[in-house]
Design a protein around this ligand. Structure first.
Ligand code: ADP
Ligand code: MG
Length: 235
């Protein structure tokens, strides 16, 4: 089976005050469908840059990124926006909900970029609200919710287009340990249902709950460890 995401020798260089910053320095990474990957590494190692490239928010300076058979680095800006809107689900550390909108309306935001909400989509949004445990909160506004509940809304929103994969940048970074556990359970269940997830995290406890830890250092892959296989080989 084709990997869900294949990153081939990507570089991302930024020019800053006449100096070149090598944010990514030749990263190659294959993520099979159904994988649950943690991207770890110290601050400045290139984690967010990698996630932004996978999320079609930016383009690499060189190298290729495939979603299945499609090389997304060859797409026009419009095509890239289309892919971003329909095939990628985003979860952020700070939730990024729109304060003026209700829970249900926040869940449906990606549908507006993709063309609007019909009855079938509305039903799905309600199902997603229920799936993340917020069926009785759909008319609340984000400020009326706890951090964990807000992140649940963000997770439901990330799924509303049935994306090809989920990208999460420190999704538990603002949450206490009990709420972190709830969010990890939700992500683990989604992964068990087949969703491919790539998640940046600083926290070893969070990384250890995924299937694989890719560690970046100075814009390169310093190590790539499959946790399940290690456990099996220890048996
Ligand atoms: P991380 O998420 O691992 O902390 P980043 O991917 O944000 O790291 O950054 C990697 C490197 O690229 C850092 O040295 C950072 O300062 C630099 N960098 C990131 N974004 C930009 C930008 N837009 N312009 C210039 N330098 C940047
Ligand atoms: Mg970062």
């Amino acid at each position: 089976m084709k990997p869900a995401v294949s990153v081939q020798n990507i570089f991302k260089l930024y020019e800053m005050d006449g100096e070149t910053v090598h944010a990514l320095n030749g990263v190659t990474l294959e993520v099979p469908q159904g994988d649950f990957v943690s991207v770890m590494g110290s601050s400045g190692s290139g984690k967010s840059t990698l996630l932004n490239l996978l999320g079609c928010l930016d383009r690499p300076t060189s190298g290729d990124i495939y979603f299945g058979d499609d090389d997304i680095t060859q797409l026009s800006d419009n095509q890239l926006s289309e892919i971003r809107a329909t095939r990628v689900g985003f979860i952020f550390q700070s939730y990024n909900l729109i304060p003026q909108l209700t829970v249900l309306e926040n869940i449906e935001v990606p549908l507006f970029y993709a063309g609007g909400v019909n009855t079938k989509m509305r039903k799905r949004s309600m199902e997603l609200a229920a799936m993340v445990g917020l069926a009785d909160r759909i008319k609340h506004r984000p400020t009326q919710l706890s951090g964990g509940q807000q992140q649940r809304v963000a997770i439901a929103r990330s799924l509303v287009n049935d994306p090809y994969f989920l990208l999460a940048d420190e999704p538990t970074g603002n949450l206490d340990s009990a709420t972190t556990e709830e969010i990890l359970e939700l992500l683990t269940n989604l992964n068990k249902q087949g969703k491919t997830i790539i998640m940046v995290t600083h926290e070893p406890d969070v990384g250890n709950r995924t299937k694989r830890i890719v560690r970046l250092r100075d814009g390169k892959v310093a190590s790539d460890r499959e946790l399940e296989k290690m456990e099996l080989s220890n048996v």
